[in-house]
Ligand binder design. Structure first.
Ligand code: 5GP
Ligand code: MN
Length: 655
């Protein structure tokens, strides 16, 4: 084989590319046109006839290197990629590591730095790998032939069947690769976390965490990243020990792997939408299901209000069943708790309206509909697939697959606050059906739909539960949320976009921000949910108690110097206020502040200006590997630090 007919794709990054790459030029020529080459390379069947993919492992974390190797192997086996030979290029001499690389799909391993003799023989790998690929493809087509002959009688039908199956197979595989690549854009697992630190948490501290997790006063602000990880671990461990779930045997190490990866998917520089918020929502979900009598508390002494002996007769609509336990099975609880911890993964710290206005790639992918929630659900399901929960994500493996996926995905989608009012109406409708005994309990599909709606109600309440926490806790959450809203406003100003009052620094006081949200949004939800789930009444009371305190504060003279009117636009920038034209649909241009002619003119000007101003080109959105010093607020670097684009390895191709 003529070596000049073989390409070498080197995947490295600027930091690690070294002079030895120039050696490759002596055998292979250089092609600078390499933007996005890896992607097109993997998808382009008719690409280079033979390509060595030299993966510089210093440009990857171990896991993403293995993922890349596997995806190349996968694409090759699926026939989507031909004659590609992935080779790991590494400074490590460890034979164990070399074997691991081969196990994950590397065809060879080259120790740094490259030597001339090695370069001269590199192309042999292509021949070796294409022989292997050929054998694999032959095997695959004979499997098709067997399937075809067992099903078809005539030659023509057989050919059609084969073509149909091959087309379907490629749809599966292309989709798998697309998801894999899409997620790995955002998913940059961190290597520098010392995982053993969770194991060093003392048993006293562990008990303390259990006590805190069992109480409505849960306030995670002083917990470090490892303690937050431990909180998730403890809740999952507790749920997995439920009677019907014991067959899902998961080792502690595997469970920690999962929780660490979920934690890494949260952006630590977001003031509000970070891992701490996810843990808070998970705790609220856990507390709610305990309160509803479905799960026991880890520390029964922590919440005297929840006793196993609490009479459950309040669920009048349950008629013969004594408790919600008969409707929500442990498997559903697991799905719901998982959804709660994953519901905001990869959140960029700006809301859907911003994503849509600035035509971010995610908004385009999801057609402006529940953009972030669709993204969270997709990414989180992919994380489940990569970890110990993978069997639950396989339709061939468990009969509960459909229900599990529905609860996880629908619950996450339910957290789109742009659809809040629709959801409140749906819950009201459910209450009327249940109260009037219109649900046919013998119709499993109907019952399942009601369960999914109940799960959505619980997670929605948990998602905004911070305003129903004891006041000092609620106040702290309100502060960090307002900080994030303001940072979005700063960014909008920088981009020449109009800014909603709620995002505009100094426009709306914390008191009005909270009063607007509690009265117009939170109370409505909790009140309607309390019809269906009477155990949630305590939260309604807390919301009104907190409102009194905010009102009281508003009366007190203070130096905030900002507007005091609790307008509906002081609610949340996720909502678009319905008193402006017919702009009630989700995902359109956000409202212009309607209060005065002057103001709306200014905003119109701003949006005209926006049309004239080209937006900065952004290929990928806003997610960076969280640093290990997670969630420590660093006041100075909020905005700038958060607007980092994904740093992808750079590629250069040599032909
Ligand atoms: P998430 O984005 O966390 O999934 O959905 C919850 C959304 O509800 C937040 O982004 C925020 O817009 C809104 N929200 C949650 N808690 C509060 C609160 O206490 N006050 C206000 N004004 N909005 C809240
Ligand atoms: Mn959330």
């Amino acid at each position: 084989m003529d070596a000049r007919r073989c390409s070498v794709l080197v995947v490295t990054d600027a930091e690690h590319s070294d002079d030895s790459f120039s050696l490759l030029h002596t055998v292979f020529s250089y092609d600078p046109d390499i933007v996005g080459v890896l992607q097109s390379f993997i998808h382009n069947k008719e690409g280079k006839p033979s390509t060595l993919v030299l993966l510089d492992d210093q440009a990857y974390s171990k896991r993403s290197l293995f993922d890349t190797l596997e995806s190349i192997q996968f694409a090759t086996h699926a026939g989507l990629l031909e004659h590609a030979a992935p080779i790991v290029y590494s400074p490590s001499n460890s034979s164990d590591y070399m074997m691991e690389c081969l196990d994950h799909g590397a065809i060879d391993y080259v120790v740094k730095p490259l030597r001339q003799e090695v370069v001269n023989t590199l192309f042999l790998n292509v021949i070796r790998s294409s022989t292997q690929q050929h054998r694999h493809l032959q095997k695959q087509s004979s499997a098709f032939a067997t399937a075809r002959s067992s099903v078809d009688s005539t030659e023509t039908e057989g050919d059609m069947w084969k073509a149909f199956k091959q087309r379907l197979l490629s749809v599966f595989e292309i989709n798998h690769n697309l998801i894999h690549q899409h997620v790995s854009e955002f998913f940059k697992p961190s290597n520098d976390q010392d995982r053993s630190r969770v194991k060093c948490i003392s048993s006293e501290r562990n008990s303390e965490l259990k006590t805190r997790l069992s109480s409505w006063s849960f306030a995670p602000f002083d917990l470090d990243h490892y303690e937050l990880i431990q909180c998730v671990f403890l809740v999952l461990q507790h749920v997995l020990a439920l009677p019907d779930l014991q067959h899902i045997a998961i080792s502690d190490d595997d469970l920690y792997d999962f929780v660490f990866d979920v934690g890494n998917m949260y952006q630590s520089l977001n003031p509000y939408h970070n891992f701490r918020h996810a843990v808070d929502v998970m705790q609220a979900t856990y507390y709610f299901v305990c309160r509803a009598g479905v799960v026991s508390l880890m520390d029964p002494c922590a919440a005297a209000e929840i006793s196993p002996n609490t009479p459950r007769g309040r669920y009048s609509w349950l008629k013969n069943s004594a408790s919600l336990k008969h409707l929500l099975f442990p498997f559903d609880i697991l799905a719901l708790i998982l959804a709660s911890i994953g519901h905001d993964v990869g959140h960029p710290g700006v809301n859907n309206v911003f994503m849509i206005r600035t035509a971010t790639p995610l908004a385009l992918i999801y057609n402006d509909r529940s953009v972030l929630e669709s993204f969270h659900a997709m990414v989180f399901f992919n994380i489940l697939q990569r970890h110990c929960f993978q069997p639950l994500t396989e339709w061939q493996t468990i009969p509960e697959y459909t229900r599990f996926r529905k609860i996880v995905v629908h619950s996450i989608l339910a957290t789109d606050m742009g659809l809040h009012d629709d959801y409140v109406n749906k819950i009201q409708g459910q209450w009327e059906r249940l109260n009037n005994s219109q649900v046919d309990t013998t119709n499993q599909a109907q019952v399942d739909d009601e369960i999914i709606l109940i799960c959505g109600s619980i997670i929605k309440c948990a998602d905004i539960s911070n305003c129903a926490r004891p006041f000092p806790v609620a106040e702290k959450w309100a502060q960090v949320l307002q900080k994030e809203f303001h940072e979005q406003g700063d960014l909008e100003k920088e981009l020449g976009l109009s800014v909603l009052p709620i995002n505009d620094r100094g426009k709306i006081s914390l008191e009005d921000f909270q009063l607007g949200f509690k009265k117009n949004v939170a109370a409505k939800l909790f009140e309607v949910v309390t019809n269906v789930l009477p155990d949630f009444d305590f939260a309604v009371k807390n919301i009104y108690d907190n409102c009194l305190i905010w009102e009281e504060r508003k009366q007190r003279p203070h130096d905030s110097g900002v507007g005091t009117e609790a307008t509906s636009s002081a609610v949340s920038s996720d909502f678009e206020v319905t008193d402006v034209g017919d702009q009630s649909a989700h995902g359109r241009e956000p409202l212009q502040e309607p209060s005065s002619h002057e103001e709306s003119t200014t905003n119109r000007d701003a949006s005209n200006q926006q049309q004239r101003m080209p937006l900065p080109r952004r290929q990928s959105i806003l997610v960076e590997v969280p640093s290990q010093d997670q969630d420590k607020e660093s006041p100075g670097d909020g905005l700038r630090g958060r607007r980092l684009h994904v740093k992808s390895p750079c590629h250069c191709i040599l032909q």
